[in-house]
Design a binder for this molecule. Structure first.
Ligand code: C5P
Length: 217
C-alpha cells in the first residue's frame, strides 16, 4: 500500500507550509487540494459560472485542464500560481467546494496523486473522505485572529494588498461555510492527531509533526 500522510485544517493554520516541508524532508509527492478548489473557483469566475449552479460547476470540474508542475500551477496552459492565492479566489473556492457533485468530480484526481514512495496531502477532508485509510492524519488548528494575521503577512510579503479586519471576517465566513456544509465538512477525523498552532512557530509545529511521523513509520 502507498503510504499517505494527510494534514487537514482550516485556512491559515500553516498546513500548506508544513505539508511542503514534510514532502521535501521525506522526498514524497505533495498534493495541495486547496489549490484544486481554488483553480476551479478561478475557472468559474473567468467563465462567469454562478457559484449556485452545481450542474455547470460539476461540468467545469470534470473538464478542468489542470497541471501542477514543480510548484507552479497551470489552468488550460496559462500559469495561475499567484492568481489563485487572492482572497476573492479563496472565497470562490469555498463556494464551489460546497456542492457534493463538484467534490465527487475531483475525488479520483486527488486519489491518483498517491504514488510511490508516498504522498503528503493537505486540505479539509483528506483524512475523512479522500484518504480515510491514511497511515497518519494530522489536524492543524489555530485561532481565527492568528490565522488572519499570518495570511495578512503572507499577502503583504508577496506585494499584494490586504486589510486585516476584512481578512478576519473572511476567515470566519469561510470557516463557517467549510464546517457547516452538508458533505465533507471541515472536521478532524476520529483517528487524527490534533495540533493547535496558535502559539507555536512553524518550526515547532514541524517538530511536533515529525514526532508523529517517527511514531508511525
Ligand atoms: O486551503 P485553501 O485555503 O487553499 O482552500 C480553499 C478552499 O477550498 C477552502 O476554503 C475550502 O472551501 C476548499 N477546500 C475544500 N476541501 C479541500 C481543500 C480545500 O473544500 N480538501
Amino acid at each position: 500500500m502507498i503510504p499517505v500522510i494527510v494534514i487537514d485544517g482550516p485556512a491559515g493554520t500553516g498546513k500548506g507550509t508544513i505539508a511542503a516541508l514534510l514532502a521535501e524532508r521525506l522526498g514524497w509527492h505533495l498534493l495541495d487540494s486547496g489549490a484544486l478548489y481554488r483553480v476551479l473557483g478561478l475557472a468559474a469566475l473567468q467563465q462567469q459560472v454562478s457559484f449556485d449552479d452545481a450542474a455547470e460547476l460539476t461540468k467545469l470540474a470534470e473538464a478542468l485542464a489542470l497541471q501542477f508542475d514543480a510548484g507552479r500551477i497551470f489552468l488550460a496552459g496559462a500559469e495561475v500560481t499567484d492568481a489563485i492565492r487572492t482572497e476573492a479566489v479563496g472565497m470562490a473556492a469555498s463556494q464551489v467546494a460546497a456542492h457534493p457533485p463538484v467534490r465527487d468530480a475531483l475525488l479520483d484526481w486527488q486519489r491518483q496523486c498517491a504514488q510511490l514512495p508516498g504522498l503528503i496531502a493537505d486540505g479539509r477532508d483528506l483524512g475523512t473522505v479522500v484518504f480515510p485509510d491514511a497511515a497518519l492524519k494530522i489536524f492543524l488548528d489555530a485561532s481565527a485572529e492568528v490565522r488572519a494575521n499570518r495570511r495578512y503577512k503572507q499577502l503583504i510579503e508577496k506585494g499584494l494588498s490586504a486589510n486585516l479586519f476584512e481578512l478576519i471576517a473572511d476567515i470566519r465566513e469561510r470557516d463557517d461555510r467549510d464546517r457547516n456544509r452538508a458533505v465533507a465538512p471541515l472536521c478532524a477525523a476520529a483517528d487524527a492527531v490534533i495540533v493547535d498552532s496558535t502559539t507555536l512557530s512553524i518550526a515547532a509545529v514541524f517538530d511536533r509533526v515529525l514526532e508523529e511521523v517517527r511514531r508511525v513509520f
